[in-house]
Ligand binder design. Structure first.
Ligand code: GLU
Ligand code: ZN
Length: 301
């Protein structure tokens, strides 16, 4: 790699959920984390967050990997699959056992509280045998501070992020918050670079890291890509899958969404150019000079 060696160890990751093929918004997140890792001589891992089978689309994980590969976003090491990680999640739950409780609240019970868990079941520390229950972590309502490389110091309370987080769902599936923290820890991730839509989940993750004795990585939350109506591109609102035969325009559009106006180069030269220009560019992103959001239409050009 022709980047200056860094004395700071760097391990980054892209962690898609295979609920559909890669769309342009997730490509931008992937590219941002890739460029940040390579610009610092770091490693870049891919982790498939396949812990929610009901929301998965058959074949999506493989398609995501093929797409990354086709665009030249080559990862280091083996792909980690969260569906294979139950033992690690069990062990984490066990380590937290004194702070867990069993929540039998239904959706209807919680509706009046507008997404913030009111603590109803905090005293239920034994698993009820007759009613399905979620496992939640008792969380003090004090502010947690972390530094985002673009947005600066962030201070959020657990209430801001929904209160006592669910670690294992009522249907027995592992929750994102637990899995992401355990696996960032297991992979030694030093740098999380992802979309700003996940900023609010970070306080809960930092809290879990402290409870599990794991280090807190550096965070960089990127501006998210919106469509012509200003909505975040997502699988939920049917963002189109990207067409990997269009490597050059796709990469140029993704670079542009990250604030980089790239010259007209071929795909691999575009990535090299992106790596070379990335770190200066974050300074701009940081100063609030955020690029115009790209629209789906913009991709056609
Ligand atoms: N799997 C999560 C998603 O696709 C992202 C996890 C993360 O980057 O922390 O939304
Ligand atoms: Zn409850």
């Amino acid at each position: 790699m022709d980047n200056p060696p860094s004395d700071m160890p760097y391990i980054g990751r892209f962690a898609p959920s295979p609920s559909g093929p890669l769309h342009f918004g997730s490509l931008v997140a992937a590219l941002g984390s890739y460029l940040d890792a390579r610009a610092q001589g770091g490693e870049w891992y891919v982790r498939i967050e396949d812990i929610d089978p009901p929301r998965e689309q058959p074949g999506a994980a493989d398609e995501i990997l093929r797409t990354l590969d086709a665009l030249g976003l080559h990862w280091d090491g083996e792909v980690m699959w969260q569906s294979q990680r139950s033992e690690a999640y069990e062990a984490a739950l066990d380590a937290l056992r004194d702070e867990l409780f069993y929540c039998t609240c239904t959706r209807a019970d919680l509706r009046p509280f507008a997404g913030v868990y009111p603590g109803t079941c905090r005293a239920r520390t034994q698993m009820p045998l007759d009613t399905p229950s979620a496992i939640r972590l008792r969380t003090p309502d004090s502010a947690l501070t972390f530094l985002d490389r673009r947005l600066g110091e962030q201070s959020l309370t657990p209430t801001d992020t929904g209160g006592d987080p669910i670690l294992r769902r009522k249907d027995g599936l592992w929750a994102y918050q637990l899995a992401v923290v355990v696996d960032d820890g297991a992979q030694g991730i030093t740098d999380v670079v992802r979309g700003n839509d996940l900023l609010n989940t970070t306080a809960g993750q930092v809290y879990l890291q402290t409870r599990l004795g794991l280090p807190t990585p550096r965070y960089l939350h990127l501006p998210v890509v919106v469509d012509a109506e200003g909505r975040k591109l997502s699988k939920q609102n049917h963002a189109p899958a990207i067409d990997v035969t269009q490597q050059r325009p796709l990469l140029r559009a993704a670079l542009q969404a990250l604030g980089l106006n790239a010259p007209d180069l071929d795909a691999s030269a575009l990535l090299k150019w992106g790596v070379a220009n990335w770190l200066d560019n974050i300074t701009q992103l940081r100063s609030g000079d955020v690029p115009q959001p790209i629209t789906e239409q913009g991709l056609a050009s």
